[in-house]
Design a protein around this ligand. Sequence first.
Ligand SMILES: [Mg+2]
Length: 306
Amino acid sequence: MPELHADPSLILIVDDSVDTIRLLSGMLKDQCQILFATSGEKGIGLARLHQPALILLDVEMTGLNGYEVCAALKADPTTKDCAVIIVTAHTGMDSEIRALEAGAVDFITKPFNPPVVRARVQTHLRLQQHTAMMRQLANRDGLTGLYNRRCFDEALTQEFERHRRQSLPLALALIDIDHFKAYNDHYGHPQGDVCLQRVATAIETAARRPGELVARYGGEEFVTILPHCDAHDAKKFAERLCEVVRSLQLAHRTSETAELVTISVGVASLVPSVESTTLQLIALADQALYQAKAAGRNRATVSTRP
Ligand SMILES: [Mg+2]
């Protein structure tokens, strides 16, 4: 999810020598949490699962070598933001260039100089924490505090890939405040902003399952990503959203639908296949939203297409 590095002090050591892992762990155990893997393949698996802030990656390994592992990590959206430090017995410009070209941020040579290893790890952990903080700020919508559109696009791409690998259904709920232009015209934009904030908070509070992400999609449109969710459960979730927004009891005197602020929700769910795209899922939810509006608003409609 957008908050990468659940534990910002988590590092992963990938080395086919258990002695080297022991040596590095001994140097670093006071400053970070450590995971380790004894092959490139296992390292990639652990990195995907835990998204460590930093990976110390041995170059000379049987199976995938360090450069290949690094390139694979950088090509995968779930691990591309993990910083990689290449560890090698080879010194010299060629090895350094190869490491940087593969996407590594730094380079440590064997035999180890413990203060140098500690200092480099510390520096990159700090940089990663700083980057995570900046990313967090860049991911938020200023008015509502929800994730913004750009962040939603990234998260949806990641979730789509993950659900494709797992052959599990992924659902979207597209949410629109009914007659919001009339609300703004009648109550004024400052009150309109308060309305957006109240509805945003209500939706965010309702989306509490792990991995559910709520974003501001456009002016008065919001969107929720619902992992591992079929159309039936997505519809139930969307109906609950309609209910929690009604129960805010925000007066809307110029609404043609009700005397309160209400929402319309379009939901769609699919198991991503090799051919399907995130745009298709969005289009299905958008069609369902259109149907919800055409049917009188203040309701949830599920896409009838597969
Ligand atoms: Mg080795």
